[in-house]
Design a protein around this ligand. Structure first.
Ligand SMILES: CC(C)(COP(=O)(O)OP(=O)(O)OC[C@H]1O[C@@H](n2cnc3c(N)ncnc32)[C@H](O)[C@@H]1OP(=O)(O)O)[C@@H](O)C(=O)NCCC(=O)NCCS
Length: 175
């Protein structure tokens, strides 16, 4: 994850459909990640596999039957009440229409039925757009939004930004 993107206001309203991914979406997820020039681009196989195995904790956005955005997530094996977001991206043409925020809200609404109460993600320090996105979702849902160090740059074998852990969690007496 990485650099700050310029924010442009949308000029027209668009109709967006949201649904769980199928394996057929894997190719588009790989394309959107690749086109973003920001995300780590994983193997095409990983996106196809993700759509197959983690469809219930992932979501795609469609405009005119074309997938234009996605969120890939999983429930943490050590704490299934937490939905970990692996990647979120929206095709450049459709940014600014609240598609990313809506995908995250819908995913939280859907997984709440299975006991999910919190969301985690990692974001690099220079990805302001992503930080604002998750902060916005936390604020709208009355969740506490905090950052912790997680993976420093030297955790990676290549030139990679650190990945900080962001937590969106219910406010309790304990926190
Ligand atoms: C980050 C990204 C997913 C946002 O998608 P989007 O659909 O345009 O975002 P939304 O319209 O839902 O915006 C939600 C919130 O984030 C904020 N935001 C989104 N992009 C922003 C930007 N470039 N700069 C500042 N704030 C931004 C919005 O202002 C909004 O906040 P608000 O509720 O306080 O008004 C998109 O820019 C993207 O795909 N970037 C490349 C991939 C990436 O960096 N992914 C995140 C790391 S995995």
């Amino acid at each position: 994850m990485s650099p700050f993107q310029t924010r442009t206001a949308p000029t027209t309203a668009i109709h967006v459909d949201y649904r769980s991914p199928t394996t057929d979406d894997g190719i588009r997820l790989w394309e959107i990640a690749s086109d973003s020039k920001v995300l780590d681009v994983n193997s095409s196989y990983s996106y196809v596999l993700w759509c197959h195995d983690f469809a219930s904790t992932s979501i795609v956005a469609e405009v005119d039957s074309r997938t234009v955005g996605f969120v890939t997530g999983y429930r943490r094996p050590d704490d299934p009440a937490i939905l970990m977001v692996w990647q979120v991206a929206v095709d450049d043409t459709y940014r600014g229409h609240r598609i990313a925020a809506t995908m995250l809200h819908r995913l939280l609404d859907r997984t709440a039925h299975d006991g999910v109460i919190a969301m985690n993600t990692t974001i690099s320090p220079d990805n302001v757009a992503s930080q604002r996105l998750f902060e916005s979702v936390a604020t709208a849902r009355g969740l506490r939004f905090t950052r912790r160090d997680l993976f420093p740059a030297d955790a990676f074998p290549d030139a990679h930004q650190p990945e900080d852990l962001y937590l969106l969690e219910p406010v309790t007496d304990a926190n």
